[in-house]
Design a protein around this ligand. Structure first.
Ligand SMILES: Cc1cc2nc3c(=O)[nH]c(=O)nc-3n(C[C@H](O)[C@H](O)[C@H](O)COP(=O)(O)OP(=O)(O)OC[C@H]3O[C@@H](n4cnc5c(N)ncnc54)[C@H](O)[C@@H]3O)c2cc1C
Length: 384
């Protein structure tokens, strides 16, 4: 038990320990194989659902396992330390799959989707990014046009979505589209789309540098007909919905970064204790000992920023800057820690046979998605 544990509640420790036991036993031993395969098996996702990891932001009344934001961050760190791709699935599903329906859904939409989302029976995806619209998230070209009236009314969606996490596996996707081009940012709306709807197709599964077992897809919407009742929130609320869980989403990715870095740190510590050079374990060479000390210190600093932002969020204190600081610092730290872990492994660290090469590849995405490091700095500087 580290001394940081003393600040956790009994419930938070229990959630963390359950996630750790699961992740180390069921995810970590297979993460390298899944990375090579480029896919997570259904059985792993099912187990995550059974353990409650896929309903962590939804209250018990919908069958969810929500306790607080720190418990969620702790669980994500644990899952990421075992398998970063599983943490990506978990983060997107919880944060931008379940939460928008919880916050903006009608009772009928909540009733239809939430009980199946929290168990993992249905996995969620979030389709905001487009080929020409990334950091400038509102510059969408996907168009939704209303046909018919009353109970017969439906929207027809046409366009291309890029970088959709869980794109192949998802049964439900929240899709953002332009409903009134004359209104600019206020002319965007969100739709809950059953991915079996004709016209919703996976155009391509991307080949990636890291988190390879997470399916990232290009999606084509071609005459995709969505009942009017599937609009999420009001017409024109698309951008508000898209940006509504940035705090939570960024705390989640920051926790994922800490988890990946911790796995690399643990591997480096173990290797430094057993690798002999010049008649001694390399950890006894001061350069390596100091490298480990720096890694440990920066990793703890990153974790504290994550916990601080999560605690503020649980307390209902606005923390958009703190969430960005946690995401910025944890993701940059993760890349740095993973790079040092490779250095400590020498040439072996450069081989795919050792986990640190995968951790380094996996860590890199945390500086990009849910807002790049450059975008986090814009947010932080605006709040100074
Ligand atoms: C593996 C993966 C999974 C993803 N999952 C999802 C998902 O599930 N759903 C979804 O909607 N999206 C998803 N994304 C998209 C992700 O959020 C975007 O890639 C990210 O926001 C950056 O957008 P972009 O790639 O278009 O880069 P761009 O916005 O084109 O940025 C390119 C570079 O310019 C910089 N830049 C841009 N604007 C500014 C500015 N104003 N000031 C300074 N620098 C700037 C950026 O920081 C970056 O360095 C995913 C991406 C990846 C790679």
């Amino acid at each position: 038990m580290s001394n940081m544990d003393a600040l956790l509640s009994e419930d938070q420790r229990m959630v963390r320990d359950a996630a750790r036991t699961f992740s180390q036993a069921q995810l970590a031993p297979h993460a390298a194989e899944w990375d090579k395969l480029g896919a997570l098996p259904e059985s792993a996702v099912k187990q995550m659902g059974e353990l409650g990891l896929l309903g962590m932001l939804v209250p018990a009344e919908w069958g969810g396992t929500r306790t607080d934001d720190l418990a969620y961050a702790l669980a994500l760190e644990e899952v990421a330390a075992g398998c970063a791709s599983s943490a990506t699935l978990m983060s997107v599903h919880n944060s931008v799959g379940c939460v928008p329906i919880l916050k903006f859904g009608t009772p009928a939409q909540q009733q239809h989707w939430l009980p199946r989302l929290v168990t993992g029976e249905v996995i969620g995806a979030f389709c905001l990014t487009e080929p020409h619209s990334g950091s400038e998230a509102h510059a969408l070209k996907t168009r939704a046009v209303l046909h018919g009236t009353g109970a017969e009314a439906y929207w027809v969606l046409n366009g291309s979505k890029q970088f959709v996490t869980n794109g192949e596996r998802a049964g439900m996707a929240i899709v953002f589209a332009v409903t009134d081009p004359a209104l600019g940012k206020k002319g965007l709306s969100a739709f809950i789309v059953d991915t079996s709807t004709p016209g919703f197709t996976v155009a391509r599964k991307e080949a990636k540098m890291g988190i390879r077992a997470s399916d990232t897809c290009a999606i084509t919407l071609d005459g995709c007909r969505v009942p009017a009742a599937n609009m999420l929130g009001q017409a024109g609320e698309g951008l508000k919905i898209a940006l509504s869980n940035l705090e939570g989403g960024r705390i989640g990715i920051a926790a994922q970064a800490v988890g990946i870095a911790r796995a690399a740190m643990d591997a480096a510590k173990a290797y430094a204790a057993e690798r002999l050079q010049f008649g001694a374990p390399i950890e006894q060479h001061q350069a390596i000992g100091h490298m480990l000390a720096d890694m440990h210190t920066r990793l703890n600093a990153a974790r504290l920023l994550v916990h601080h932002a999560a605690r503020l969020r649980t307390a209902g204190v606005p923390c958009i800057s703190e969430a960005s600081q946690a995401k910025l610092f944890a993701s940059e730290t993760a890349e740095w820690v993973c790079s040092k872990a490779i250095q400590i492994h020498g040439g072996y660290g450069y081989l795919e046979d050792y986990a640190v090469a995968r951790h380094y590849r996996d860590a890199r995405i945390t500086q990009i998605y849910e807002g790049t490091s450059e975008i986090q700095k814009i947010v932080i500087s605006r709040h100074l």
